[in-house]
Ligand binder design. Structure first.
Ligand SMILES: [Zn+2]
Length: 192
């Protein structure tokens, strides 16, 4: 078995591993598999309802997000990822997330929240939406879309990507190419 193993074959192996008893995993993980396998597969420890790890539900969607991004699920990363990703799509500022972490008794500094958000963004887990210089929100919806931004309430609302047509792009500076166009339509309540 080596690099010539087809992707379909690899997928089958991952499914089979996931359904096997945890104690069988180290034996199989030690086999001569293509190097991609260990990143896709995690040996899950036996459940222990008395442990602190079980109380934090480590194997939820947040854990899966970190695993998919190949990020080590540290306690702080996992706690922030749970706040970010386990409540549906949302736009959140670093300050808001820091406040939510404090309310949930997660001890984390604002600087760490900033760093984690930028780290997640660099890995494609979040999108940063800059609404004005020095002020941005982090968007858990990374699909193609644009935004309404209310200048009075500071609320961001999604606009489906297909609903905005941008034409007449300027030429990008020499040596660069356009990778994405983000449209922020600024709004305010009528008669405000
Ligand atoms: Zn959005």
């Amino acid at each position: 078995m080596g690099a010539s193993v087809s992707k379909a074959r690899i997928d089958v192996k991952v499914v089979r591993l996931a359904s096997m008893a945890p104690q069988a995993a180290p034996l199989l993980a030690g086999q001569d598999w293509p190097s991609v396998i260990p990143a896709l597969y995690f040996a899950r420890p036996k459940p222990d309802i008395s442990s602190a790890m079980s109380r934090t539900r480590p194997f939820g969607p947040a854990f899966d997000r970190l695993r998919a991004a190949r990020l080590r699920p540290t306690r702080q990363r996992l706690a922030l990822a749970r706040l970010l990703f386990e409540g549906g799509d949302r736009h959140v500022s670093a300050e808001q997330l820091h406040g939510e972490a404090s309310a949930a008794n997660v001890r984390v500094s604002l600087a760490t929240v900033y760093n984690t958000l930028h780290h997640f963004t660099a890995l494609g887990m979040l999108r940063e939406v800059v609404v004005e210089p020095g002020r941005s929100y982090f968007d858990t919806n990374t699909a193609d879309h644009h935004h309404f931004f209310c200048e009075v309430t500071s609320k961001l609302q999604d606009i489906p990507g297909r609903d905005v047509v941008v034409s007449g792009y300027p030429l990008p500076p020499q040596g660069t190419e356009i990778c994405r166009v983000d449209v922020v339509i600024r709004i305010r309540p009528e008669n405000s």
